[in-house]
Ligand binder design. Structure first.
Ligand code: OOB
Length: 562
């Protein structure tokens, strides 16, 4: 039976490493859990069991293709590798409930690692390849991580030296495993395999399978506990909505750890179906198009800026994209004009997807009218997804009117990991997640994303929490105050603009110096402001808060001047 709602622990969020034994997050009330089980959504199945079943049922089929290493693992091989790595992790004292920060690019090892962790009930914490010291140190310290899994070098950056620094800083971190022939001062992932052993205390389906990252609105990202039951449901239902079956071939072009390519329907959807996953080391057309041709890819997912690049490239590239049946576009708003170009230019069907790592995912359906597919961001996966569109007082607004999107359902979390205070604000008393998105609902129940109320910049699908960047800017000597806002961008949709007020008499820094300072603090590149504006004072609202609305208007006007 599912865990009862746990009562929030007293504010552990600043030093949870010492509180690892009191990890807490609110979960679904028993009445609803029963409904979800009886509806057949939650089936009591775990990821480790799903992979075993595929290995038993279609073991000789290819599961994962990694064109860089040349790996073409069958289901039987992936299953065996997960077992031997699970044994090696157990031998290293990593087991049920332990947290393991996984930061891997799109390589086959990503799957042996996460399935090994799923099998032993240790929780992957999904970092992105772009994360640097500031983010990784925080994930390791906040979760009290026992291990950190990395590639050696990726994108010109040496993760081994970053791992050295994190290890020196985070006492719980006992193991760094490197998916590279040269592990530096750490251990090779390849050496961490051992003869399979029975798992002493396998995870249960109602327990968290992993921690996903929130896009975030706060000083540090919140962690999202997703259970085997809830995530497997979203994947199974996504497969049905996107027509994924055992003959599908999914190209993973976005970073594999992100919720969109992981589960919508993503690599895990493909593996659930017994289909094939092809890993693209880069999403660029010159890399992805030849893979589509060679591997006969049938579906993939892209953020809007990449979809635009693909649309432009298709006109002059010569690869045969004829196998491509479905392109999913989401993570940020896809313009109607671009959406209309997909079918004529790429020769495939479009599905818009509006999802969030916290749960709710909306898709346009394959049988929706063209008009709906190009003008809406889809409708929820599940008949049990409850969606409310509300005004500032949480009163429902009529269809067709803009309002804030609230949601709860069989795969939407009831609370973040070890964050009781934040949970009180991010969820309603009756458990609806406040998405921070402003939407309009059509009479058919499709949602159109109209804007955002949360203090976040959506940089072409990459989410930047304004407060997080502001805190780093405040650490720059001479900075009195900082306010980070979005500015419009034709390609990315939005970019990051930082307004900075200096202390009196301080020599104004050049923008490059500010950016260098942030990079040296170990902030991921996509969070570094694209533009720095020095100002004497911030505009304020009636109650004296910084008016970000006015700052956004000011930078927009300046961009139009030129
Ligand atoms: C996906 O997940 P996250 O957690 O990185 O970001 C969620 C947020 C949403 O709250 C919304 O603000 C924005 O990203 N968003 C969209 C969108 N899809 C996501 N805004 C406008 N139009 C869209 N189609 O981004 C994510 C997770 C699963 C599937 C797809 C995307």
């Amino acid at each position: 039976s599912p865990a009862p709602s746990s009562s929030p622990a007293p504010a552990p969020s600043s030093t949870p490493a010492e509180n690892a034994d009191v990890d807490t997050h609110p979960t679904w009330p028993e009445e609803l859990a029963r409904v979800y089980r009886e509806a057949g959504y939650w089936r009591g199945e775990t990821f480790g069991e799903v992979l075993r079943a595929r290995a038993d049922g279609c073991g000789e089929r290819v599961a994962v293709v990694d064109p860089v290493s040349g790996a073409r693992w069958t289901y039987a091989e992936l299953d065996a590798r997960a077992d031997s790595l699970a044994a090696g992790l157990l031998a290293r004292g990593i087991g049920k409930g332990d947290k393991v920060v996984v930061q891997l690019p799109n390589v086959a090892e990503f799957f042996e690692v996460i399935f090994a962790l799923f099998r032993i009930g240790a929780l992957p914490v999904f970092a992105l390849p772009a994360h640097r010291f500031a983010e990784i140190r925080y994930f390791c310290a906040f979760t009290g991580a026992a291990a950190y899994v990395i590639a050696g070098e990726h994108g010109g950056f040496d993760h081994r030296t970053l791992a050295d620094r994190v290890r020196a800083d985070v006492p719980t971190l006992r193991h760094v495993l490197v998916a590279d022939a040269d592990p530096g001062s750490h251990e090779r992932l390849a050496d961490a395999h051992a003869a399979p052993v029975p798992v002493p205390d396998p995870p249960q389906a109602h327990e968290p399978a992993f921690l996903q990252l929130s896009g975030g609105t706060t000083g540090v990202p919140k962690l999202i506990p997703r259970t085997h039951d809830d995530y497997l449901y979203s994947i199974r239902a996504s497969n049905e909505i996107c027509g994924v079956d055992e003959d599908s071939v999914y190209l993973c072009a976005l970073p594999a750890a992100h919720n969109f390519p992981l589960s919508s329907p993503g690599t895990l959807g493909a593996l659930y179906a017994g289909a094939r996953v092809v890993l693209a080391p880069q999403p660029a057309p010159e890399v992805a198009f030849p893979l589509i041709e060679r591997e006969r890819v049938t579906l993939t997912g892209l953020v809007p800026p990449l979809a635009l690049v693909w649309l432009d490239a298709a006109a002059h590239r010569t690869e045969d994209l004829g196998s491509l049946d479905v392109l999913l576009v989401g993570g940020a708003k896809f313009s109607e004009e671009a959406a209309q170009r997909v079918r004529p230019t790429l020769g495939c069907r479009l599905q818009q997807v509006f999802g969030m790592a916290e749960g709710l995912v909306n898709y346009t359906r394959l049988d929706d009218p063209e008009e709906t597919v190009v003008t809406t961001q889809g409708r929820p996966i599940s008949p049990h997804d409850e969606v409310r569109v509300v005004d500032a007082d949480d009163n429902d607004v009529p269809d067709g009117t803009d309002g804030a999107l609230l949601t709860r359902g069989p795969y939407t979390i009831r609370g973040y990991w070890n964050a009781p205070e934040h949970n009180a604000a991010a969820f309603t008393a009756d458990g609806f997640y406040r998405t921070g998105d402003i939407v309009r609902r059509t009479p058919t129940g499709h949602l159109v994303v109209q804007g955002r109320a949360k203090d976040q910049i959506n940089r072409g699908g990459e989410k930047v929490a304004a407060e997080e960047v502001e805190n780093h800017l405040l650490a720059l000597p001479g900075v009195h105050d900082a306010a980070v806002v979005s500015m419009p961008d034709a390609y990315l949709g939005e970019r990051v603009c930082a307004y900075v007020v200096l202390r009196a008499g301080v020599e104004p820094p050049r923008p490059v110096q500010v950016k260098k300072f942030l990079r040296e603090r170990g902030l991921a590149a996509y969070k570094i402001p694209d533009r720095i504006e020095l100002t004497d004072a911030f505009p304020v609202t009636g109650i004296g808060k910084v008016s970000k609305k006015e700052l956004r208007a000011a930078i927009t006007a300046r961009l139009h001047e030129k």
